[in-house]
Write a new protein. Structure first.
Ligand code: HEC
Length: 274
């Protein structure tokens, strides 16, 4: 009997291992899905989201980005980023390579604190370490500062890693959030950005989620700086669902999952959105 049980056990184990789709498999399955829906849109173009589906909107976007209305805001943000703290240190002292070509490594999972560290959180950790007041998550101040700081990584390819059990658990938690239906209309993020990608909803065409995390913060209408998690809140509100708090574990894990899907795509921050 013993060997039979062992065989059944090994068979079960093998089945479980084969059936388990890890982050890499999730990502290729999604890319395959979008390739089927949009055979003429290249993977590199996914960073433009809904703009890839509308030539006129894309032309307007290019015109606006040639002379962005937020250029002055960026000059101010640069000064903030470079201003020394009371102790003489600067933001750049908290980041590898003084903050150049690093933003694509965020969010990462910190095995010491067992949490996802978004770029915003890294900024606040830096402030606290230097005995400065942290910035409010989702605030214009945080948005402007990170818009400039992340622009130092323009062109860097998103390079989010999910390694180890803690990281995988955070990824799975974010993934679960993405596929859970909520709100009065019982919609999940996936129902729109995967199932209904390219369809119109109240005049807006729905973007693919691969590529969505490459360009935050954005300037809505060219003036209103908006962080990625603020966009999560807006999408939750649009379906009558209770948004989570910006900087909460729920949203940080969601951002971790979502950003992993943009791996390999170049960053550009900030950009214009309608
Ligand atoms: C009812 C459909 C719907 C649902 C559900 C939904 N979204 Fe959206 N989302 C949209 C539309 C429409 C836009 C604006 C057009 C676009 O860029 O896709 C948008 C935009 C976004 C963007 C910005 C894309 C960009 O490049 O500017 C992100 C990021 C996003 N959604 C994430 C999410 C997440 C995460 C969830 C789940 C919490 C979610 N969405 C749920 C319809 C939806």
């Amino acid at each position: 009997m013993g060997w039979k049980r062992t065989l059944v056990f090994l068979g079960g184990l093998l089945g479980a291992v084969c059936a388990y789709a890890g982050p890499a498999e999730d990502r290729s399955a999604l890319i395959d899905h979008y390739r089927k829906v949009f055979p003429y849109i290249s993977f590199e173009s996914y960073v433009y989201g809904a703009l890839t589906m509308n030539t006129e909107a894309r032309r307007q976007y290019d015109d606006i980005m040639a002379f962005p209305p937020f250029a002055i805001d960026m000059d101010e943000a640069k000064k903030e980023w470079e201003k020394p703290f009371k102790n003489g240190n600067r933001f750049s002292s908290c980041f590898p390579s003084e903050g150049r070509n690093v933003a694509g490594n965020y969010p990462y999972f910190d095995n010491a604190t067992h949490e996802v560290i978004t770029f915003e959180k890294a900024v606040n950790i830096c402030l606290e370490k230097n005995h400065e007041q942290p910035l409010e998550y989702g605030s214009a101040e945080m948005g402007l500062l990170t818009s400039y700081a992340k622009s130092l990584s323009d062109g860097m390819k998103v390079n989010v890693k999910v390694e180890g059990t803690g990281a995988l658990a955070a990824y799975e938690n974010g993934k679960k959030y993405y596929y859970t239906q909520r709100g009065k209309q019982k919609y999940s993020c996936a129902n729109c950005h995967i199932d209904k990608v390219g369809k119109f909803i109240r005049g807006d065409q729905i973007s693919m989620m691969v590529g969505q995390a490459t360009h935050w913060p954005v300037f809505l209408s060219g003036t209103e700086v908006t962080t990625l998690q603020k966009r999560f809140q807006a999408c939750n509100r649009n379906i009558g669902a209770q948004p989570s708090k910006i900087g909460s574990k729920e949203y940080d894990d969601l951002e971790y999952f979502l950003t992993y899907m943009s791996n390999g795509l170049p960053m550009q921050t900030p950009v214009f959105r309608k």
